[in-house]
Write a protein that binds this ligand. Structure first.
Ligand code: FES
Length: 180
């Protein structure tokens, strides 16, 4: 529960900083968008995951306001929706970066330097694993195994696989996606 409170504290803070906009006139626009996703599924409770997928695809995360609308419309307790959202790795309660960088920390990649590569990403991006950079460009994460151990250590950015990565390659990988 503390983790969820932290999630929402972060969201509230970002709202204050206008990182996303549900205030003023846009409220209706965003609310309508969320309602459209539910209408697409005939406001069926059983379609909750599909609705959350639509919201995630639209906003790149699940804003609390959107989840509240879903809870009220479908008459599902908000805590249940949050439980579903936190169960599936594909959902996020925090805004995600424009680019998703994932460092494999599975055994095969780990023994070939995965932790050092992760450290280098953290150092260059200025965030810890599981966080998003201040400028919103990158979200850095780890994964247990990507299923391609033979080409490890592996890093994936936006679905692009980088094989046999090393600390020296981290800078060029970031550069490829970073906008100045
Ligand atoms: S351990 Fe990294 S791909 Fe399997």
């Amino acid at each position: 529960m503390r983790k969820l409170k932290t999630h929402f504290a972060v969201l509230d803070n970002q709202k204050k900083n206008n990182r996303y906009n549900f205030g003023g006139n846009p409220v209706n626009v965003e609310t309508q968008k969320v309602k459209t996703f539910m209408q697409k599924h005939d406001n069926q409770k059983e379609a909750l995951i599909s609705i959350l997928q639509d919201i995630q695809a639209e906003f790149n995360y699940l804003p609390r306001e959107a989840l509240t609308i879903v809870a009220e419309t479908l008459e599902i307790p908000l805590i249940h929706i949050i439980g579903v959202a936190t169960f599936y790795r594909s959902f996020s309660l925090e805004p995600r970066g424009e680019h998703q960088a994932t460092v494999c920390m599975g055994t095969a990649c780990h023994v070939r330097g995965g932790p050092k590569i992760l450290e280098e990403f953290e150092r260059r991006l200025g965030v810890e694993s599981g966080s998003t950079t201040e400028d919103g460009q990158f979200t850095l994460e780890t994964v247990a195994c990507l299923g391609c151990c033979a080409i490890g250590p592996v890093v994936v950015v936006d679905g692009d696989y980088f094989a046999q990565t090393s600390i020296r390659k981290v800078e060029s990988i970031i550069k490829k996606y970073k906008q100045n």
